[in-house]
Design a protein around this ligand. Sequence first.
Ligand code: F6R
Length: 606
Amino acid sequence: MCGIVGCILKDNEKAAPVLLECISKLEYRGYDSVGIATISDELNIKKGKGAIKEVNNELDLSDMPGNYGIAHTRWATHGKPSKENAHPQIDCSGKIAVVHNGIIRNYVTIRNELEKEGHVFKSQTDTEVIPHLIEKFMDKGLDLEKALRETIAILDGTYAIAAISVDEPNKIIATRKDSPLIVGVGDEQYFIASDAPAILDYTRTIFRPDEGDIVVLEPSGVTVKNKDDEIIEKEIFTIDWTPDMAEKGGYEYFMLKEINEQAEYIQNTLTQKENIEKIIEELEDINRICFVACGTSYHASLTGKYLIESLVGIPVDVILASEFKYSLNALNDKTLCIYISQSGETADTLDALKMAKPKSKTLGIVNVVGSAIATEADYVIYTHAGPEIGVAATKTYLCQLTAIYLFAALLSLKLAENNDDIDLTKTTDLLRQLDRVPEFIEEVLGQSDSIMKMAEKYKDKSDFFFIGRGYAYPIALEGALKLKEITYIHGEGYAAGELKHGPLALMDEGVPVVVVMPPGEDYDHTMSNLEEVKARNAEVIAVTTDDAEIKEDKADDIIGINPDVSEIIAPLVYIVPLQMFAYYVAIDKGCDPDKPRNLAKSVTVN
Ligand code: F6R
């Protein structure tokens, strides 16, 4: 996962400052090195190891001549972070520069062959084979565009690539396969980028090239050719994100801003009601639902299982996208596979969708408009959470959940028309409570001072457990994931009922256990688990209703939530204090919550 951008501006404008600004907006995709290449009369390159700010302080990246160029921010896969391995990568002649997001699986074979032919490599990256292949084909007389086409015919892997060459001035060419790429069409200025936030300041008119399309940016406009070399028209989208949505807006970190925006964005997702009703109308005859997702989106899917099985009675499976291929034989045309992904680009989820499409109905629940999963699925529900820049998913998670709640409720209403066994009491209750979720979240956000104090108290612990039953179980899993990814503290989420089957052995003096216990049918049962861990001298943080009768002998700390939040709606509210807890622990430990080590926002490799 890396970020790439390219831009071509009017003759008298300088591309480097624009490229620097654009690539800085993609730093969430990778942050171990950065580089920019422009062409004036010659190829100019500045690149280095480190965060964009550090490299810019040292090299002044915006001070480069030329009205067009390409830039890259890296998340290392092949070759450690270093100046040599930073992109742009160049050919032997120093005339061709390439930026790349993805992985070239057969690069070793290609590199060996090119080396035999006399090409000299300077990095350990898989990417470097690309400028050398382009060079080889241009040396044979092909133009840049044809040379790129020949090059991608040899590559095995995933890629979004942009290339420039001194021999073909005023031109950027780009292509993609299984890695995201958008093209931005501005006023006499044209862009390519891995993601929309990069170019929002310049244009919101975009399109997404399909696999194998070759995009040519020139000062006169953009041309796209398909795999068969025919010029094609692309469907243009207008992004409804504004530039300030991708700014910190006075918050120290994006993650805190995004946690605080959740109440507002849930309302955006709720506007999807009509679209969801339409989709449900077309979904005749389904008798099984499979959620397929990774990470946080997988936790949203688990909540979907509890909800749909309880409201509708259709069997639901939740499958990790990376394990999905083993379930392919059990799909048929009565199965609805729902792919949850904030980025819409996660390679594992996208692959699972492509495998299942010929056999089952497919629905994407996605945040990024026009992304690969949105385009590939038969139906799509957009979560409209706005751009999420913090690597740890927060507001996109709550918006995914909101979409799932709406889907489950509307599906039960539809199916109840012809099925008297479906009892709509829970659905009616749920829909009533959904409207109050933003208010409940605002109340939780108001508790930041006490959560901050709690974070200070627990920040030096090395292992946490998070437990819950039923709807609280996915909350426990997600709370543990948030903690581990941004604080590097080990956190484990467990179904509370599973404690006695193993993890109880780990309960000991001072081990922190977060017990998620909303009011409802599981409350008493979870209370007995709380007592079990307390009896082993664990330190208990109870997340429960603020009128709960838990005394100090049972819980060391209590996060109180409005008692009107029942267990069915709890996933939308109870996760918020756990996001805040993880955030403040990260701050106390001096970790950057927006850019957790080794992780990136959009996982386009598998
Ligand atoms: C955790 C997180 C990841 C993602 C996972 C799937 O905070 O963000 O676990 O949830 O990589 O990503 P999407 O939703 O883009 O498919």
